[in-house]
Ligand binder design. Structure first.
Ligand code: NAP
Ligand code: MG
Length: 477
């Protein structure tokens, strides 16, 4: 599919007359399509159309805005197979995963559609007996959305859906690895007859279009998910001009395996958390902190299960793990594997690119003898690589787990109530999970990280309202 920009309700070619090809990372012979290399002028038109649409959109009732979201959900549900297949071909995750993600996208749309009819403020007793004081919510205006490729359906939707339901209009710049997936979603809004200009899509270079969104005076709020380096610039740009911003960034998520854990279940959850989506989740498990008494036994379990993983073309049914999403993702993971070896970690399994293949395939990789000073224990790899580390006391395990710059998700496997409670209290992470893998998110609950993982705001569920609206305190007498 040759994708155009979606501006003011019309699919429009860029003034640049330039496009970029999208190649399936699992099959380099498969050209998925092209997208527009947009210019600042294209972006300006999209922002202008969102600005012109905003008054009429915010004046609709929440219930009326919700109807568009319900309709878009229904259409997306009908196109689920098509959307999932495009997503798999664009970024390489298995079809089972992209189907699950599409279903999640439908559920997100329905959840926020309903939000149009839920309460939005509080009555607060005034000290003046003759007055009425209450809060109400106002939309920000035009919201800029910048998204990564690793959840090309769910992330744009968990930003765009709340933005829209709370009365904002949107300009979205999807990741350059997965723009067509979002074009398919924009088509659902188009078919739902969303008014022109309420949702606009502009593709192109992050450094031009993404940066242009974050610096534009008419963008009232900007929501970003991606890497820390880019997030920091976007935050600084927004702060400088007084716009609201929200950043969701990296992770270095630990799982602690206590000696009283159900080791079989813990090993399955560790493998799933670490290697699903080829390890390319911000919530992926990357550090496995194991009690010394069960270290050898658990290590064996992990290696055995990892060696059974089928790596291959994500469109095929019995494939469990697909390729890395791009050449640069593969190279990045390989360079961390080299660094792990150089710094003295022991490679237990994996570690190599799968050479005789038609895409960017990497073996699922486990490192032993890792200590917290090593690069692979500190930096986000964003690939199928885990580091094993031993502990002797729960305090020691928590020290290791907390000794990183990130704080997105963390898991523990234990049957001990005291250990569970200290983990919940003392683990510095936005998502704290007990006897469940690190990579799990429910759309109706707050999502986000502590420390360097986020700008401390939360997405999803009711928490999204905090970012996508401003509070007005009203005093009536
Ligand atoms: P990325 O390189 O930061 O890109 C994210 C988005 O920002 C893309 O749309 C990109 O456009 C755009 N961009 C690039 N440079 C920009 C600039 N100077 N100004 C404005 N926008 C710019 O991240 P990625 O490689 O796509 O995704 C991987 C990262 O996302 C990982 O660090 C991962 O942990 C993080 N992530 C976090 C969460 C979370 O919720 N915490 C969820 C998923 C992923 P182009 O594609 O055109 O470069
Ligand atoms: Mg990128």
């Amino acid at each position: 599919m040759d994708m155009k920009n979606f501006i003011n309700g019309v699919w429009t070619a860029s003034a640049s007359n330039q496009t970029t090809d999208i190649i399936n990372p699992g099959n380099l012979q498969d050209k998925v399509g092209t997208f527009q290399d947009s210019t600042e002028d294209d972006l300006q038109q999209a922002i202008q159309s969102a600005k012109e649409a905003k008054t009429a959109w915010r004046k609709l009732s929440g219930a009326a805005r919700g109807q568009y979201l319900y309709k878009a959900a229904e259409i997306l549900e009908k196109k689920a197979d098509e959307v999932a297949e495009i997503a798999t071909r664009e970024m390489g995750k298995t079809l089972a995963e992209t189907k699950g993600e599409t279903a999640r996208g439908v559920a997100i749309l329905r959840y926020y559609a309903g939000e149009g009819m839920r309460e939005e403020g509080n009555v607060i007793p005034s000290t003046d007996p003759d007055a009425l004081m209450f809060t109400k919510r106002s939309p920000l205006g035009v919201v800029g959305v910048i998204t990564p490729w690793n959840f090309p359906i769910a992330i744009p939707l968990w930003k765009a859906a709340p933005a829209l339901i709370y009365g904002n209009t949107v300009v979205i710049k999807p990741a350059s690895e997965s723009p067509i997936t979002f074009a398919k979603i924009a088509e659902c809004f188009e078919e739902a007859e969303l008014p022109a200009g309420v949702l606009n899509v502009v593709t192109g270079k992050g450094s031009l279009i993404g940066n242009g969104l974050s610096t534009h005076k008419d963008i009232d709020g900007i929501t970003f998910t991606g890497s820390n380096a880019v997030g920091r610039t976007i935050g600084a740009n927004a702060l400088q001009r007084g716009a609201k911003y929200q950043l969701e960034m990296g992770g270095k998520n630990p799982v602690i395996i206590a000696k009283d854990a159900d080791l079989e279940a813990a090993a399955d959850a560790t493998i799933s958390g670490a290697f699903k989506s080829t390890g390319q989740k911000c919530t992926a498990t990357s550090r496995v902190i194991i009690h010394q008494d069960i270290y050898e036994e658990f290590k064996q379990l992990l290696v055995e299960k990892t060696q059974k993983i089928t790596v291959g073309d994500s469109l095929e049914k019995d494939v469990w793990m697909g390729p890395c999403a791009s050449r640069s993702q593969l190279d990045n993971a390989l360079s961390y594997i080299e660094k792990g070896k150089e710094e003295g970690a022991e490679l237990l399994c994996g570690g190599k690119q799968i050479e005789d293949s038609s895409g960017y395939y990497l073996e699922p990789t486990i490192f032993d003898q890792v200590n917290n000073k090593m690069t692979i224990a500190q930096e986000e790899i964003f690939g199928p690589v885990i580091a094993l580390m031993p502990f002797s006391t729960m305090e020691g395990a928590l020290d290791i787990a907390n000794d990183v710059d990130y704080g997105l998700s963390a898991a523990i496997f234990t049957t001990n109530v005291q250990h569970t409670l200290s983990f919940i209290d003392d683990m510095d992470a936005g998502l704290v999970r007990v006897n469940a893998e690190s990579a799990g998110v429910e759309l109706q609950a707050p999502f986000g990280g502590m420390k360097q993982s986020s700008s401390h705001s939360r997405e999803q569920g009711k928490a999204a309202q905090e970012f996508f609206t401003d509070i007005k305190t009203v005093f009536v007498k």
